[in-house]
Structure formats: C-alpha cells, structure tokens
Design a protein around this ligand. Sequence first.
Ligand SMILES: *Cc1c(COP(=O)(O)O)cnc(C)c1O
Length: 425
Amino acid sequence: MHKATLNYAKQQDELDELSNYRNQFHIPKDKNGNELIYMTGNSLGLQPKQTKAYIDQELEDWANLGVEGHTEAKNPWLPYHEFLTESMANVVGAKPIEVVTMNTLTANLHLMMVSFYKPTKTRYKIVIESDAFPSDKYAVESQLRHHGFNDKEGVILWKPREHEELLRYEDLEDILEKHGNEVALVMIGGVNYYTGQYFNLKRITGLGHKHGCMVGFDCAHGAGNVQLNLHDSGADFAVWCTYKYLNSGPGSLAGCFVHERHAHNKDLNRFTGWWSHNKQTRFNMRDEFDVLPGAEGWQLSNPPILSMAAIKASLDIFNEVGIKKLTDKSKKLTGYFEFLLKQLGEDIIRIITPENPDERGCQLSIQVLNADKALHDKLTDAGIISDWREPDVIRCAPAPLYNSFQDVYYMVDKLKDILNKNQIE
Ligand SMILES: *Cc1c(COP(=O)(O)O)cnc(C)c1O
C-alpha cells in the first residue's frame, strides 16, 4: 500500500496500540460539530475527559469539609503536591527529591536564578539561545539588571550561522572557550519552541560545567514531549509548564527540577516562604526557618489544589502509558508527517526542525515558499489548528496521546489543496 494514502494512515491507526487514548480527550469541534485537526498541543494541550472528575472531587471535599479538607479530603490538600511528584519525576527523567510542582514557569525560572545565578564582578554573563522564548529572555535580562549589570552586555546569544536555523554545539563551545570565565549561567530552552530542535542537555551541561558555569534548562517544550533524562543530564536546574504537552489546562502550575547534588545544600541563597519550611514544624509558625531538602525547599505558598487536580488527572494518563511508549509512537507519527510534507515538493516546503528523530520531539516547524499569514488563516478555515510564527513559520505538533495518523494525513492533504488553489489563482 502506498504510504501517501488515507488507507495507509487508517491502517497505521489500527496498528497503533495507543490509538484508544484519543478517546480519553475532548477534541475541539467546528461550528458544524466536526472534530478539528488539533496540532497545537505545544501551545495548549487538550483536556483529558477525566479532568472534570478530579476537579469535582476537590470541589466536593471543599463543599463538605471546608478547612478540614486539608487533612480529611480524599486526597488531603496539605500533601497534595506530593501525589504528583513521582509521576512528574518519571515524565522528566528525574528522582522524586529533584522534582516539585509549584508556581508558574517564569516564576520558577526566577526562583532558580535567585539560587543558581550568582554573578560576580568578572563572572556575571548569561548565555541563552538567540531564538529563546521571549519570557525567558525578559527574565534573564531582568535578573542582570537586578544585580546591577547592563542587560545588553550581560547576555551572550548562542546564534545559528548565517542562512541556518539550527544551533551547533561547536558554536556554543567557541563561545565558552572565548568567554567561559565571564559566564555565570548557561540557560537554554531544552527543546527550542520555534525550531523544535531538541538539544543534547548532557552535552550542554558538560560544556557549561567545564567552564565553571551553572547550567539550567527551560523544558516547556520538552516535558511530556521527549524523554528528558534530567537527572542524567547533570543540569543544575530545570523548569517547565504543564499546560502544553502535559495537558493540565490554561495557566496551570509548573514543574521545577533541582539536581540531587544541591538537595541538602542549606547555604544556597533562595527566596523562601512557609511551604519551603520543614513540614513537621510548619504550623508552629514561630520556628527559625528550617528548609526542606530537595526541590520542595523552593516552594513558597500553599498551592492551588484545583489546578493540581488537573495535573494529577493528566499525569495519571502519562504514568499509565509511560514516556517511552509515548515517544516511540511520537517518532512514528512525526516521521509520517515529515514524509507526507516532503511529498509536496522540497522546493515548496522546507522543514526547519532537525531530521534526526533524536533531535526533535513531535513538533515540525514548516516554511512554505512565499507563504504569509493568509496561508495559516486558510488552514484554520479548513479545520486545521496550527500555530503561525512571524515571519514565515507554521508550527504543527501532532501529540501522540491524542493525534492520529489520519490527523496528520488530513493536515497535509488540506495544505496541498490550499497550495494547488493558490497556484491556479
Ligand atoms: C510556554 C513557554 C513559556 C511561558 O511562560 P509562563 O510563565 O508559563 O507564562 C516560557 N518559556 C518557554 C520556553 C515556553 O515555551
């Protein structure tokens, strides 16, 4: 059977042992009630059907128990975040002591920089990738200003070479050979949000550490998308959100990783609150501050349980499937997507995401010859929900938990239709 046919896509869905998970998600529909082809799980993941029951449980316990819910709820609220730790650690390849769910992503990035960005007069610079997500750039620049440094001089950009989009490790090596002794922190997006390039975190960490720099990653586009192995990477810290591939709802809480080697270091400077304090004596309210070991020691506040319930609903699915099976499917699905796109002609379609499946997750960033936002609008009208980034990139992320081979087939088929019509016009 030819691969570029609907029948082939259908057959792949039948062979896919994870295909039934799609039924566990609400798939958005158009005005006529037809399911949309949703390719933006990299921006906001879809809602698991069981999320409502998880949140309802907490609403019910709150209604029936009031404050007693902290200890008497079916899932007591005081230790609620602990119910997420093990699954979250599995998702990002970390040990439980290294992981906590708290705050939001950019807030966690700042908290991590309070502890791991320790500039001196001569070593104060921060290396980030030139196409970093804007929030990360703003956070880094504001940390420089906060410490009294010039935010333009203090940022060193790891840039692609001319006429290229992807970053090369040799260039980071060069930067660190030349400026390593001025660099306090290397802070990179683990999977670049724009190109979809999945970096070798271990290699980057090794490079940074060799030059005496701290190394941290923003894994917003990695968590739930690729096998992260944060512990083995040796990174000092990492942060990620849970509303993208981790399907926990708009603005939901974020994850944070602090490497085990820092777990018992009470001398690290940090911002604290009562939730970073020893659980046994937290409610005595008068004690000297006694920090919790591990990532939990960076918590500030008692967390929003309703959001945590949504995260639990989602992580229970990830835990059941396992990140290995998920990424195995993802490689097939995105590989098929890439194959179909290439059928449209490599003179018209250019994929800037790395070709090597180990250097990307599910997202493909696609450039279409002479395209502008009108193309994206036509795709949207045709029921394809994708993401447009100026100047000319369409980002599509078939998420292996709920996207199918047929989704990918229809996406490319509609794109082909639109391109053919454009030619006739
Ligand atoms: C999505 C994303 C963010 C968003 O930050 P919030 O604090 O969750 O609003 C930040 N950085 C990266 C790399 C992202 O992909």
